[in-house]
Design a protein around this ligand. Structure first.
Ligand SMILES: Cc1cc2nc3c(=O)[nH]c(=O)nc-3n(C[C@H](O)[C@H](O)[C@H](O)COP(=O)(O)OP(=O)(O)OC[C@H]3O[C@@H](n4cnc5c(N)ncnc54)[C@H](O)[C@@H]3O)c2cc1C
Length: 276
């Protein structure tokens, strides 16, 4: 239960949602999008957030879409992780998402919440960063489409009144083979110290990682190193020296331990993909 009063809206289309969002913002209200609600309810109970109004987007058909249109795989932001894993249109996404939280939470927790929420892990975004993905965003002027890789830095930047509607990824991602490794501190139902995926297609390798840095990444410079004619040890050492940011140091693991886990896991993934 949320221990304060707030207004609840459940629009049935994108225009209605954007209009409500805009009007409430103009009235000076603190408004947030409500998706699975797991983070909102927890943070409200702890009095960390205090929204005047929430807009539940799960009655909007585009937000709940999950389909293969022949060219792209389309995932609505309101799909629960369980919905995504059950339909399994994108096996790498199903595999990485299926490690988030536990089954009860995954029934509720959504793709959009995982990507736009406050917690930094955002494991479900890694497979999308590894492919050619378009983020469909509802703005006060209508829908806009942006290349995820161009806009995602620490998070998906959303202006006031905007919300994520869908992610669309080119189907060529399905031609890649992949391996993943997730390391937790105590049990597998925990936030990841690191969660990594290595994909391969026609000899070309690509790495996606959550947990290691302050943000999930799939970095062109790192992928260039992985595709050089080097030994597994040389590649691993060079990647560690060329990460896009500093390794995280937090309650789950020191930066030294996290770096060590990353190094051994990367070697394991590279060896699993055939080494050189
Ligand atoms: C028990 C528990 C365990 C967890 N374990 C993991 C884990 O192992 N790995 C991991 O990566 N994450 C984990 N998380 C974090 C989780 O992914 C985020 O908290 C996520 O925000 C929850 O999704 P939700 O749909 O419930 O979001 P909500 O609570 O509905 O929303 C969270 C925030 O995201 C915003 N938001 C939601 N959808 C949209 C949208 N479409 N557009 C714009 N803004 C939006 C909301 O306004 C709100 O600010 C865990 C969370 C919980 C509660």
């Amino acid at each position: 239960m949320i221990p304060f009063n707030f207004k609840y809206y459940r629009p049935e289309n994108i225009d209605e949602a954007s209009n409500i969002f805009n009007e409430l913002l103009e009235e000076g209200m603190d408004v947030i999008i409500y998706s699975g609600g797991t983070e909102i309810v927890t943070n409200s109970r702890k009095h960390l957030i205090h929204p005047d109004a929430v807009i539940d987007i799960k009655a909007i058909p585009e937000v709940m879409a999950q389909e293969d249109n022949g060219k792209e795989l389309i995932f609505g932001a309101g799909l629960s992780i369980t919905d995504i894993c059950k339909m399994d249109l994108f096996p790498l996404l199903s595999e990485m998402s299926s490690k988030i939280a536990d089954k009860t939470v995954r029934n509720q927790l959504t793709l959009g919440g995982n990507i736009c929420g406050r917690l930094p892990y955002r494991e479900a975004i890694v497979p999308f960063l590894m492919g050619n993905t378009i983020a469909v965003i509802a703005t006060t002027e209508g829908l806009k489409e942006v290349a995820l890789k161009d806009v995602f830095k620490f998070r998906l930047p959303l202006a006031k009144g905007e919300f994520l509607v869908q992610l669309k990824i080119d189907k060529d991602i399905l031609e890649r083979s992949y391996k993943t490794i997730r390391k937790e501190k105590v049990t597998d139902v925990d936030y990841p110290i690191i969660h990594m995926a290595l994909t391969e297609n026609k000899g070309s390798l690509s790495l996606g990682v959550a947990g290691l840095l302050a943000f999930p990444f799939c970095n062109d410079g790192v992928n260039e190193i992985l595709n050089k004619d080097l030994s597994v040890d040389e590649k691993t050492n060079e990647v560690i020296e060329n990460l896009p940011s500093a390794i995280k140091n937090d309650i789950l693991a020191s930066k030294e331990y996290r770096g060590h886990l990353f190094k051994t896991s990367l070697k394991e993934l590279l060896n699993g993909m055939g080494g050189q």
